[in-house]
Design a protein around this ligand. Structure first.
Ligand code: COA
Length: 146
């Protein structure tokens, strides 16, 4: 049975291993520093899927952004990865459902996730969970800041 809880600095080594699998090699020390600013943010959560007794098998980071043009906020899944060992066993679904519950608590009206066009598996996953590909509606403009 999978449980979901918020990450603590003690989880940094296990989170780092998952970020490697996502394609973002990170050291436990770097993850510790990042968790510092995540935990200081009242509209940010880093959720972990735990296989008892305390094995971290999935990680999802979520952030909420306020709207000005309407009342409420919207949430963004910033990262999501499930351990290769347990994929296709419902862990990702549990994490996304927990993220949606957290977003509702923040008064969010919608949840967004962006995902590289190469990640076809992830796209099937999000669509299965009710997420609609809205890329045709708007462009995505990004500028790296040196
Ligand atoms: C995408 C990811 C998070 C899904 O997590 P998961 O725990 O394996 O997903 P679930 O077991 O909850 O899958 C739920 C449903 O999504 C769909 N799905 C999940 N993985 C799929 C795949 N590889 N191919 C096709 N459909 C898939 C299926 O419909 C699945 O239901 P089913 O197993 O009953 O057919 C996981 O595969 C992963 O970590 N991938 C690598 C990292 C990544 O791409 N992250 C997203 C970046 S934006």
């Amino acid at each position: 049975l999978i449980e979901v809880r918020d990450a603590t600095v003690a989880d940094a080594p296990q989170i780092a291993r998952l970020l490697d699998q996502l394609g973002y090699p990170s050291t436990p020390r770097e993850v510790t520093e990042r968790l510092d600013y995540w935990s200081a943010d009242p509209h940010g959560r880093v959720l972990l899927a735990i296989e008892p007794p305390d094995d971290v098998v999935g990680c999802l980071s979520l952030h909420a952004i306020p709207y000005l043009e309407k009342t409420g906020r919207w949430a963004r899944i910033e990262s999501l990865v499930v351990s290769e060992r347990v994929r296709r066993s419902g862990v990702g679904t549990v994490l996304v459902r927990a993220a949606e519950a957290a977003a509702r608590q923040w008064g969010c009206l919608a949840v967004e996730v962006t995902s590289n066009r190469d990640r076809l598996d992830a796209h099937s996953f999000y669509q299965r969970l009710g997420y609609i590909d809205r890329c045709q509606d708007s462009g995505r403009f990004l500028k790296d800041l040196p």
